[in-house]
Design a protein around this ligand. Sequence first.
Ligand code: PXP
Length: 253
Amino acid sequence: MSGNTGRLRLGVNIDHVATVRNARGSEYPDPVRAAKLAEEAGADGITAHLREDRRHISDRDIERLMDRLKVPLNFEMAPTEEMQAIALRHRPHAVCIVPERREELTTEGGLDVKRDENRLAHFIAPLREAGCRVSIFIAADRAQIDAAHRIGAQVIELHTGAYCDAHHEGRLQDRDEELERLREMATHAHALGLEVHAGHGLTYDTVQPIAAFPELRELNIGHFLIGEAIFTGLGAAIREMRRLIDKARDVRG
Ligand code: PXP
């Protein structure tokens, strides 16, 4: 057995429970209730992205999550002063720095750490000092991983969106190339001493080849699980994802 083939942590992203709530400006469905249910179903952490435009998660949701969660909160945020101040006020277990553009439907690409290295190094220092684990959401790109390491991030989260898109669009050669790139970059990041996470766009169909990477410590999954919850319930969707992840790890072990 080589590398880490231990249990992979599953972080459940509850943003899109808030998307449904906000579609009607109502109080329900409540993302905090979903987070508690996810906890009961075996989620190892909860992820929530407070976007600049507050299109799903609200400031109040973050407050309530901090109060009520037993598992760690992974607070996703853009590298802005406003978000830094909010993170420093709440001091969540982890902060995941993501790029953000108002017009995008979701987080479309990884952060360009290399281009913004100095600023980001200064940006994350107080977050680290406040005790947050700092994670950087990046493409599977060696130069970006090296830059994330240089600025002092403890964790990188590899963007699996291109791999998932290629799979669902039937571009199988592209999918396999993306998978290989992700695999190599997970190994590279791990060798640098970074903790390696992955996520974006993962489904029952795409999770296992990624979950089998021995260097991986955590997956963050949201949109598919919240969608699947309509049909099977959130607890069942999370348990099925957990089963598939554990199976992929066993195959390696
Ligand atoms: N990881 C990060 C950094 C993200 O921005 C997102 C989407 O908010 C996810 C994971 C989860 O992606 P999805 O909702 O497509 O599963």
